[in-house]
Design a protein. Structure first.
Length: 272
């Protein structure tokens, strides 16, 4: 890995077109959208998405881009609603993303075509989380685990590249531990006694990431301090990467992470 892979937008654009366009990516805990009309929006790997539970309990992940002029339909991180009304010109969609109505001056000529519905992604549910896949990949994330009851989520905003955060999580919990699982690219699961802690990395931009710490078997708020410690560590590590000090690949999981990224970059370079 090179310093610029952590500090320049070009690497992030490659990752957006490759890793984040093909892999199963976690959006949120199912418990964060537990009731009909609950939604959760985020920019994940550069893609704006909304996870929502409809009146029948079906969970969907929709692209957060209005079919009128491509503006974000949802402008808040989470909430509850009966329809999504775009604040720009009023196109309105139901919770399945289907076009419902629009003011006459901006209404589409053909309201029956799928082109007016929000784009809906393939979804999967595993380990109490909702995942989406832009490429419509078959199957589901390889994460067949049983967890205790969902206890909440803590969000921590971190001024670092997403790879710094992943490396830190992998280095903190060495390979071979029975109590630790890494799901490429963005999720770790750690068990501590009766607790299960899922750390979800959300790459917003190349220098901004969010850590969602999902607690199962305990209360999330008790883990706010550990989120803050991870933030401080990662912001220091980000400065290290920019200065050319890379993560040690002695750790098998970090070495595997770097191997996968190198393969992705090589593939992208060969395609251009
Ligand atoms: S961009 Fe959404 S209604 Fe115009």
């Amino acid at each position: 890995m090179k310093s610029e892979d952590y500090g320049q937008g070009q690497a992030f654009q490659v990752e957006k077109r490759t890793v984040f366009s093909t892999e199963w990516l976690p959006v949120c805990a199912e418990g964060q959208i537990g009731a009909a009309g609950d939604f959760f929006s985020a920019t994940i790997g550069g893609w704006g998405v909304v996870a929502v539970r409809d009146g029948q309990g079906t969970v969907r992940v929709l692209r957060n881009a209005c079919r009128h002029q491509n503006m974000p339909v949802v402008g808040v991180p989470a909430g509850k609603c009966e329809t999504f009304r775009c604040r720009f010109h009023g196109w309105t969609y139901d919770l399945a993303g289907r076009f419902v109505t629009a003011p006459a001056p901006v209404a589409p000529a053909d309201t029956g075509t799928p082109e007016v519905n929000l784009i809906s992604f393939a979804i999967a549910r595993a380990a109490g989380l909702v995942f989406f896949n832009l490429a419509g990949k078959a199957g589901a994330p390889d994460l067949d685990v049983r967890l205790p009851a969902y206890g909440g989520t803590v969000a921590t905003e971190i001024a670092c590249n997403w790879k710094v955060l992943v490396e830190h999580l992998l280095l903190e919990h060495p390979a071979g531990s029975q109590d630790f699982i890494w799901l490429w690219p963005l999720l770790t699961l750690r068990r501590a006694g009766t607790l299960a802690i899922l750390e979800q990395v959300v790459p917003h931009t190349f220098l901004r990431s969010r850590l969602l710490t999902h607690l199962f078997g305990g209360a999330a708020e008790e883990h706010r301090v550990s989120g803050e410690l991870i933030k401080q560590a990662c912001e220091r590590l980000q400065a290290d990467r920019i200065a050319g000090r890379m993560a040690s690949s002695d750790n098998n999981l970090v070495a595997d992470f770097h191997r996968r990224l190198a393969a992705v970059y090589a593939e992208a370079a060969a395609a251009t």
